[in-house]
Design a protein around this ligand. Structure first.
Ligand code: ADP
Length: 193
């Protein structure tokens, strides 16, 4: 099964993606995690993306598309994957569509996790105050920029999938982790029962 998971910072996307990938037994590909690992390892890509990520900006479409294509080519993705954090711009979504068309495959579901901005800001502030080692982009200064980037760059991705045949499922991301996960399973026709 091929799934794209979209959601704003602070929506609980990482947590839900981890559970869903485990449930479906497919690899969870988080572009944020991949880039953070590159940063920590000090690779060329890592050095390039570090200042952009720390400020809450987006790395270039070209770079991230290359990173994802490379990862998807690995054996564990043959039976499907859960993409978390990609595509994040309309150009990435179009490039991904071209790649899928080329390889004669298609996405089964695009899940959009929705949480109102006021709640996101509260959750991110709470997360920051509790973290012993907050990420640079968890700093309160970076939050408005991350939300703004989400609205300007990533909402068009939702619209792009919304205009395709029934692939987009909008999930209410408020409430407990359990509640949200049940909604996700229901949306993809995999109810827990
Ligand atoms: P968030 O908590 O904002 O969802 P992620 O862990 O998904 O964070 O990503 C962290 C950072 O990595 C982003 O703010 C951005 O700088 C970079 N990044 C991740 N995925 C992409 C992408 N598809 N395109 C551009 N930049 C990306």
């Amino acid at each position: 099964m091929r799934i794209v998971f979209i959601g704003p910072p602070g929506a609980g996307k990482g947590t839900q993606c981890e559970r869903l990938a485990r449930h479906l037994n497919i690899p969870h590909l988080s572009t944020g995690d991949i880039l953070r690992a590159a940063k920590a390892a000090g690779t060329e890509i890592g050095k390039l993306v570090a200042p952009i990520m720390d400020a809450g900006g987006l790395v270039s479409d070209e770079l991230i598309i290359g990173v994802v294509r490379e990862r998807i080519a690995e054996d564990d993705c043959a039976g499907g994957y859960l993409l978390d954090g990609f595509p994040r711009t309309l150009a990435q979504a179009e490039a991904w569509q071209a790649f899928l068309d080329e390889s004669g495959s298609q996405l089964d579901h695009v899940l959009e996790l929705r949480v109102p901005d006021e709640q996101l800001v509260k959750r991110l502030e709470l997360r920051f105050s509790k973290l012993e080692n907050p990420r640079a982009d968890d700093q309160p200064e970076a939050i408005p920029n991350r939300l703004q980037v989400y609205h300007s760059e990533t909402r068009p991705v939702v619209d792009f999938y919304g205009s395709q045949n029934g692939v987009l499922r909008v999930i209410d991301g408020t409430g407990s982790i359990e509640d949200v996960f049940s909604r996700i399973l229901e949306a993809i026709g995999h109810s827990a029962a």
